[in-house]
Design a protein around this ligand. Sequence first.
Ligand SMILES: *Cc1c(COP(=O)(O)O)cnc(C)c1O
Length: 246
Amino acid sequence: MFTADVPQDREREEEAVRRDEIAAGLAEVETRIAAACQAVGRDRGEVTLIAVTKTRPAEDVRILCELGVRDVGENRDQEAAPKARELADLPLTWHFVGQLQTNKVRSVVGYADVIHSVDRLRLVEAISKEAVRQGRTVGCLLQVALDDDPARGGARLGDVLALADEVALAEGVWLGGVMAVAPLGEEPAKAFAVLREVATRVQEQHPRATMVSAGMSEDLTEAVAYGATHVRIGTALLGRRKPFVR
Ligand SMILES: *Cc1c(COP(=O)(O)O)cnc(C)c1O
């Protein structure tokens, strides 16, 4: 009784509890993805789960990796850079899913394998230049704006094809496909249908750009129904974040 309460024991117990929580979240998300695929006759293997680990400690990412997750997403460089450094020993693919300022490109290119928020030519140029300088190859997804809120980022529909051509021509980067965030307070299926159209048009010009990054905790079913190849899931896996942190 006396020794059972030493700090290391309590820490180990807390870790075990957290592992169980995350395992339960993962099982539930897996079930939802599988059901969403089945509902539209897609193979489960067509959809990659990206665990969005923003605001979560590196230890959560380590647990996810032990549970078999290999793709993780972050949206702020200040947080992602030290986390990626701390977890450099893990076999993870790092996805940068947040809005990206050109002054952060040098840091982000240092650890990101895929950047989902490429939405303007200046950013393509900056990523390309930095990737070449660092001797890295970075995947670029074109973020498509599906509403008129500039704060949420994304290229306008009319600009996406030209941007795709620019990425395809640039050195140090490869064109992965497209990404979007469903507009707040609207039917997500409508937005994802538009994204699918855009994805199809990009693929007509760039057949290998097959990635469609769409769907979060609330709308993954609709995203899978409309062709998402990558779903970005935070809350449903890891629990609610503190308020006001997106
Ligand atoms: C936070 C975030 C997610 C995950 O959202 P949840 O609702 O927590 O699943 C997905 N995509 C982007 C771009 C995000 O910023």
